[in-house]
Design a protein around this ligand. Structure first.
Ligand SMILES: [Zn+2]
Length: 76
């Protein structure tokens, strides 16, 4: 279980999950500002802590993409 606060700007809830910043970027495309941790550009994009609420939102936004990825994997 990650410790810390949600990395979404202005949220402030306790973090429930930690995802790669590359994966979390989809949230920025939807207007949220993220604060990544452990980032060391250009090699390490870092991670973003998400609270349960934002994690659910992220899952929703990435669902279609992950589905397509899973489907293409099955074909291989
Ligand atoms: Zn949050």
């Amino acid at each position: 279980m990650p410790t810390g606060k949600c990395g979404v700007n202005g949220c402030g809830r306790d973090a429930a999950r930690k995802v790669s910043y590359l994966d979390a970027k989809v949230l920025e495309e939807h207007g949220l500002l993220l604060h990544p941790v452990d980032a060391a550009p250009p090699r390490r994009p870092g991670h973003v802590y998400l609270c349960e609420e934002h994690y659910k939102l992220w899952r929703k936004l990435t669902k279609r993409e992950r589905l397509l990825r899973d489907l293409s994997r099955k074909v291989e």
